[in-house]
Design a protein around this ligand. Structure first.
Ligand SMILES: Nc1nc2c(ncn2[C@@H]2O[C@H](COP(=O)(O)OP(=O)(O)OP(=O)(O)O)[C@@H](O)[C@H]2O)c(=O)[nH]1
Ligand SMILES: [Mg+2]
Length: 206
């Protein structure tokens, strides 16, 4: 395991105005860009538990279409971003390979919402993530990562994943900080909307 020395090098202290800390997980299939997203958006040096995939992993590690990839997350990624003066997100990137899925249940503890990253060349790899999130009744959004020009629309993707109409589905490029930040903002807005709708229902019921 290694703690990467990639940008940003300095660790800015948490702003004294920070009031709300929200835990978010980024899930999805193998090699969809979860580690890339945590790295691109984190304002602190991200913790990555990446290991090199070696000959020993042949038949176990599934490179599939991700031929250029030679490392994989074996525990989780961790990063942090302040969305505004008060709201801080703590980001956890899940490991994508099936043999590490048992770690997901722990990662979900205390999590308020999730991003499901999707590589549309391998849509079926997203099903496990969506199944687990629905099982935990955890709010989530779906972000289609940019692996070249997609053949289908976002509505086609919604249909392929059997998502309900209120789950936001957006495009992103996990390598770009601004795009990754937009994904997180979309998730936080979705969480706020769900929370407002819940409060309204409770007020009506009382
Ligand atoms: N073209 C393109 N490549 C990307 C993008 N995001 C990530 N990659 C590349 O895709 C590969 C996989 O990225 P990772 O971030 O390691 O994927 P992961 O989901 O963390 O993988 P596991 O932890 O092994 O499941 C790397 O080679 C990245 O450079 C993207 O938006 N577009
Ligand atoms: Mg990873």
């Amino acid at each position: 395991m290694d703690s990467r020395s990639s940008e940003p090098a300095a660790r800015p202290p948490l702003q004294t105005t920070a009031r709300d800390g929200v835990k978010i997980v980024i899930v999805g299939g193998f090699g969809v860009g979860k580690t890339t997203m945590v790295r691109s958006v984190s304002e602190i040096r991200p913790l990555s538990t990446e290991e090199v995939m070696t000959e020993a992993g042949v038949g176990i590690d599934d490179n599939g279409d991700v031929l250029e990839k030679n490392t994989t997350t074996v525990a989780f990624d961790f990063g942090r971003i302040s969305l505004d003066a008060e709201m801080v997100l703590y980001l956890f990137g899940a490991p994508g390979q099936e043999r590490f899925w048992f770690l997901w249940e722990r990662l979900f503890a205390g999590t308020l919402g999730a991003v499901v990253l999707v590589d549309t060349r391998r849509v079926a790899d997203s099903w496990y993530a969506i199944d687990r999130l629905e099982h935990h009744r955890m709010p989530f959004i779906v972000a289609r990562n940019n692996f070249g020009s997609p053949e289908h629309s976002l509505e086609d993707l919604r249909e392929a994943l059997s998502l309900s109409p209120n789950v936001p589905v957006i495009d992103c490029d996990a390598r770009a900080r601004s795009s990754s930040k937009d994904v997180l903002i979309t998730l936080v807005r979705h969480l706020c909307e769900l929370s407002a709708a819940r409060e309204e229902r409770e007020a009506e019921a009382s």
